[in-house]
Design a binder for this molecule. Structure first.
Ligand code: FA5
Ligand code: MG
Length: 387
């Protein structure tokens, strides 16, 4: 059918870029194990991080410069690995437990039950370690079902870094391997932040990842808030053991490139990275880190509220998927503003949707039309009762 043609096309071109072959009929739109909407398929293969004039490409190259300088070109770089990966690579190989939420259809885009759009560049760690790489950077587009606001987008870009140490590297220091790697990792990333930003306010937060221990997040102060820009830690020994590196210790990190680029170039909203408006694209120059983005239009957002009785299967990510499906990049934020349970045990949610274009003013009619479509689809697809 024509419906099938429409979505399949971008998948095929993405496969040309990435090298992984998926037989044509492996992916069927009506397959209940596939939850990838057309709008997401359409982003496959765009590879914003490989455009030297795009803020993400400029940032990537600046990070490469830092690593080449302090590690004398020792890091191998990959920025063209296929974003369609196995469940094994995305989750099992980095020790994500079978019941971890990130595996759910609510959080991850599944192409079929064994294949996902990678939700992080960590999906490539194990394979590259098995191939014998000990210092590497992997940059790529990653995909997540997620909330809607100025710092979250369902497609974004990460850079993974991994460094493996051999025993002689830490033994001479008198520290144990884990402490040595953790302190080297923090020094490396603080140095990177200084290289990119000069003086900037930052802080380390202890956290949890299945693939590292200890694990940390780095936050940077931006637009009057702490913004999480990366996760990192000392690689779980089991991951190294499985790639035959029993005597080694390693660190790994995953940077959110949009978040760093927002701070670096003063970009206020993550949707702008996808803009082809010349008033955006023409502001950035290959190799130039010093550019500050000048907003070219400031239209006020328009807010619409919507209340409904939820059911057991309701999730905010499903709601956001509908809003994005209807409004695309005109949806700026979806926020829960009221939540109560009545005496009968029914729970009501009120969501506020902010509509705004980065490029032009929207008419009342246009916004009302979007909101009516959202209401209609929310009622039909989420089986909730509008109030
Ligand atoms: C990870 O993805 C880990 N794989 C990072 C890692 C790698 C940890 C190696 C340890 C070792 P997390 O889910 O926190 O972690 O995402 C990493 C970064 O991606 C975040 O800090 C944030 O900067 C960015 N990020 C996450 N979700 C989004 C989103 N929806 N939109 C834009 N950026 C996002
Ligand atoms: Mg995180």
């Amino acid at each position: 059918s024509s419906r099938r043609q429409k979505w399949r096309q971008p998948v095929v071109s993405a496969l040309d870029l990435g090298g992984v072959k998926i037989a044509k009929d492996d992916v069927v739109r009506d397959d209940p194990t596939n939850n990838v909407p057309d709008t997401i398929y359409a982003k496959l293969g765009l590879q914003l991080h490989r455009r030297d004039q795009h803020p993400l490409g400029i940032l990537k190259n600046a990070i490469f410069d830092y690593f080449d300088t302090i590690y004398a070109n020792k890091f191998d770089k990959f920025d063209n690995l296929c974003p369609i990966v196995s469940v094994k690579a995305n989750f099992d190989d980095v020790l994500v437990p079978p019941d971890h939420v990130s595996r759910s259809y609510n959080d991850t885009y599944y192409v079929d039950s064994q294949t996902v759009l990678r939700c992080h560049t960590s999906a490539h760690q194990a394979e590259l370690l098995r191939k014998g790489h000990t210092h590497f950077l992997v940059t790529g587009d990653v995909y997540r079902r997620d909330s809607i606001d100025s710092t979250h987008y369902p497609v974004f870009h990460q850079m993974e870094g991994v460094r493996v140490f051999s025993p002689d590297e830490w033994e001479t220091s008198g520290l144990d391997g884990t402490l040595y790697a953790a302190s080297d990792l923090k020094k490396c990333l603080e140095g990177l932040a200084r290289h990119l930003f000069g003086a900037v306010e930052m802080r380390w937060i202890d956290t949890y990842f299945p693939f590292t221990d200890p694990s940390f997040e780095l936050e940077i102060y931006f637009q009057e808030k702490w913004l999480e820009v990366l996760g990192c830690g000392v690689t779980e020994q089991e991951i190294l053991r499985r790639s035959g590196k029993t005597d080694n210790v390693a660190w790994a990190f995953g940077l959110g490139l949009e978040r760093l680029a927002m701070v670096l170039f003063d970009i206020p909203d993550i949707r702008l990275f996808w803009s082809s408006d010349e008033r955006f694209t023409s502001q950035f120059v290959k190799g130039q880190l010093g550019v500050k983005f000048k907003p070219f239009s400031k239209f006020p957002p328009c807010y619409k509220d919507m209340s409904f009785w939820i059911n057991d299967s309701f999730t905010e990510n499903n709601l956001c998927e509908i809003v994005r499906g209807v409004a695309g990049d005109l949806a700026e934020e979806v926020q829960l503003i009221d939540n109560f349970t009545n005496k009968k045990g029914m729970t009501s949610h009120c969501y506020r949707i902010a509509y705004r274009s980065m490029e032009r003013s929207l008419t009342d009619e246009e916004i009302n039309e979007l909101q009516w479509n959202v209401r209609d689809q929310v009622e039909k697809k989420l089986n909730v009762v509008l109030r």
